[in-house]
Design a protein around this ligand. Structure first.
Ligand SMILES: [Zn+2]
Length: 356
């Protein structure tokens, strides 16, 4: 991968943006997206929308979500310890023992998620997973009043973990869900730069996906696309205790994951697979017999329905501070997305055309 692309991914991963608090990450995405777009705007909900040839038809929407899971301060006790609710699906087991950043109006405040040490733990407690209200946030405050000079009820919290590369082209960090998808979307815009497209493109960095695809719901309604393509990460099943018998065999480094099932427009799904094959991009196929838990679901159900496709990057340890994926998969997903978009035109959705 190009050094500039690695730097972009690192910057995206290291910028915090828990659901509902995406302004900072959106400013980073805007900076990288703007050079490739004719117009760029932010809607009332905070979705960032970069458009290329906005008046052309068919209208093609790309979406990747910029928000990430996290915690939110809900209570501060008299000794200055704070308690949190989860923003999205956070496993309390992985929150315990983490260093965190509490995002306040005056900037980030460092804290830790405390838990009783093994020395003081009852034997039964050792075998039990903690629940979130049994963990506390310690910012080193002495009292509630002292804590209140630094943090407030409602402040969002993220794990204080940066981006690292491992050997063999793998990377780890928090928020690769879905900064990996944002990265793929931005890289595909770079690859399409100055290409003669037969469609308009609306590249949307959506907000609030982790709490119910809320940004995709409103942005899709506003854009009214004919075709929608969501880019997200998805669970790999190539590590201990992840059972391929449940959803299939998905490996990091084995290529982007494409989907088949009711959430995916059959013609677009077929065209994606055909495009991958013609470019020698290896892909993995996931069968999903219901709506996918991604922006693709919200996009498809917008207005009178949108022809929808989905590209996912296999990822280990989703929603933990050590999400892991392959840089090759990201690169292949971006190449596939760009090649796919380049072929779209007014005939794509005509019955029979996309399948030919
Ligand atoms: Zn996601």
């Amino acid at each position: 991968m190009r050094n500039e692309s690695i730097s972009l991914l690192k910057k995206l991963v290291e910028t915090p943006g828990p659901s509902g608090h995406e302004a900072v990450i959106q400013s980073v995405v805007r900076e990288y997206m703007a050079p490739y777009c004719d117009t760029i705007s932010t809607d009332v909900h905070g979705n960032l929308i970069g458009a290329i040839k906005p008046d052309a038809t068919p209208r093609v929407m790309l979406s990747a979500h910029c928000d990430e899971v996290g915690l939110m301060v809900t209570h501060i006790d008299e000794r200055g310890f704070a308690y949190c609710s989860a923003i999205g699906g956070v496993d309390p087991c992985v929150a315990a023992g983490q260093r965190v950043l509490v995002h306040t109006a005056d900037g980030p405040v460092t804290g830790v998620v405390g838990r009783l040490p093994v020395h003081l733990m009852e034997k039964e407690a050792m075998d039990k997973a903690p629940r979130l209200h049994e963990l506390w946030l310690d910012i080193g405050a002495a009292t509630r009043d002292d804590a209140a000079t630094r943090i407030e009820i409602g402040n969002p919290v993220t794990f204080d973990v940066g981006f690292k590369q491992l050997s063999d082209g793998l990377a780890v960090g928090r928020a690769l869900d879905d900064r990996g998808g944002i990265f793929v979307m931005l890289e595909s815009l770079r690859l399409l730069d100055r290409k003669n497209l037969n469609t308009s493109i609306f590249a949307v960095s959506t907000v609030q996906e982790e709490i119910g695809h809320r940004g995709a719901i409103t942005s899709t309604f506003g854009i009214a696309p004919d075709i929608g393509i969501a880019v997200d990460v998805g669970p790999a099943t190539d590590y201990p205790t992840a059972d391929p018998r449940k959803i299939g065999d998905f490996r990091i480094g084995a290529g982007p994951v494409l989907h088949t099932g009711p959430n995916i427009h059959a013609g677009l799904g077929h065209l994606l697979m055909k495009t991958a094959s013609s470019r020698n991009i290896h892909y993995q196929l996931r069968a999903e017999p219901r709506g996918t838990p991604t922006d693709a679901n919200a996009i498809q159900l917008s207005r009178a329905g949108v022809a929808t496709a989905l590209v996912r990057i296999p990822c280990r340890y989703l929603h933990t501070p050590v999400e892991m994926l392959s840089l090759n998969d990201l690169e292949n997903a971006a190449n596939l997305l760009a090649a796919f978009i380049e072929q779209l035109n007014s005939d794509t959705l005509k019955p029979g055309e996309a399948k030919s």
